[in-house]
Structure formats: structure tokens, C-alpha cells
Design a binder for this molecule. Structure first.
Ligand code: ZN
Length: 171
């Protein structure tokens, strides 16, 4: 869907709304539901943090690859790669099998999966990533800057550039 957004906040709320639709309706493309949820988020009637409790899910779901569900040869995987400035904290870690970890490489989940037909970012991974992105943009006071969004051509696959900006010595 070639939808454009004025700010990072709107883009992230739209992605949250799709995530919620996936959980509630079993379909992230249930656009009637997505639109209603998106409008609630924008109106402050729903907050992302009230909905997503991904760290708990991680413990409940236990030992399975967050991307493919495999249970063998699991490793810790950084959702936003360290090489891209992602933090080395539990918020940024999931369990992944060796094959998924290697295939993903130094890309974030959007960069890895958006080009692959029929693939979407798994719920657990997307929840963690959106939370990290929201906090990073909030910290830099860039959630509502349409200027920043336009200048940097922020889309799903470029969202994580905020981490490079945060960790780099110069900009
Ligand atoms: Zn896997």
C-alpha cells in the first residue's frame, strides 16, 4: 500500500495499528480495523505501550526462532543490528536460529523482509522494533518533525537510520 505519512509518529502508529489488527483480526491487512485503530492512536485514545508487552511474550514463547519458529541452534539476535547503531539491551534481542540470523545479517527486519513476497515481520519482532524506534525518535524529539521525515526520506526501510544518528560521534 503506497501510503505516505507526514511524520514518523504517524508512520509508527500505522505500523502499530497493523500489528494490532494482526493480533485482533488475524490479518494485518484488515484496513477498516487498521484505520480505526490508527485514528485512536492519533487521538491518544490508545497508547502503544498499553498494548505491546513483548518482553513477556518472549519469555512465554521461549525457545523458538522469532522469525521461523525453528527450535534448533538458537542464538541471540539483535533486531536492530549493532552495526546499525542498535542498542545491546534485552529490548533489542530475540532468539533466532542460525540460518535466519545469518540470512538477516546486518539488516533490520524491514530491510530484510519487505522485499520478499509473502513475508512479513513476525509479531514479536515487529512489536520490539516499533517500541525501540518510537523511543529513539521520541528521545531525539523527532516524532512530529515533518521536515526531518521529508529531508531523510523516512520510510519503513529507512526508519532505523535514527540509531546511526544517535550512536555516531558526528552527524
Ligand atoms: Zn529461523
Amino acid at each position: 500500500m503506497a501510503r505516505t505519512f507526514a511524520t514518523v509518529r504517524d508512520l509508527l502508529y500505522w505500523e502499530y495499528a497493523k500489528l494490532i489488527a494482526g493480533s485482533a483480526m488475524g490479518d494485518r491487512a484488515a484496513y477498516g480495523f487498521v484505520t480505526v485503530t490508527y485514528n485512536k492512536l492519533r487521538a491518544g485514545k490508545l497508547t502503544p505501550s498499553a498494548i505491546v508487552t513483548e518482553n513477556k511474550r518472549l519469555i512465554v514463547e521461549g525457545e523458538a526462532c522469532a522469525y521461523c519458529g525453528a527450535t534448533a541452534k538458537l542464538e541471540w539476535e539483535h533486531v536492530i543490528p549493532l552495526a546499525a547503531g542498535g542498542p545491546d539491551t534485552i529490548d533489542n534481542l530475540v532468539r533466532a536460529c542460525r540460518a535466519c540470523n545469518a540470512a538477516k545479517g546486518a539488516r533490520d527486519p524491514y530491510q530484510w523482509l519487505l522485499d520478499q513476497p509473502g513475508k512479513e515481520v513476525p509479531r514479536l519482532v515487529l512489536g520490539k522494533m516499533l517500541k525501540l524506534l518510537f523511543e529513539a525518535y521520541e528521545k531525539r524529539d523527532l516524532l512530529d518533525s515533518s521536515e526531518f521525515m521529508k529531508q531523510n526520506d523516512i520510510r519503513r526501510r529507512t526508519l532505523a537510520m535514527v540509531f546511526a544518528r544517535m550512536s555516531g560521534a558526528s552527524e
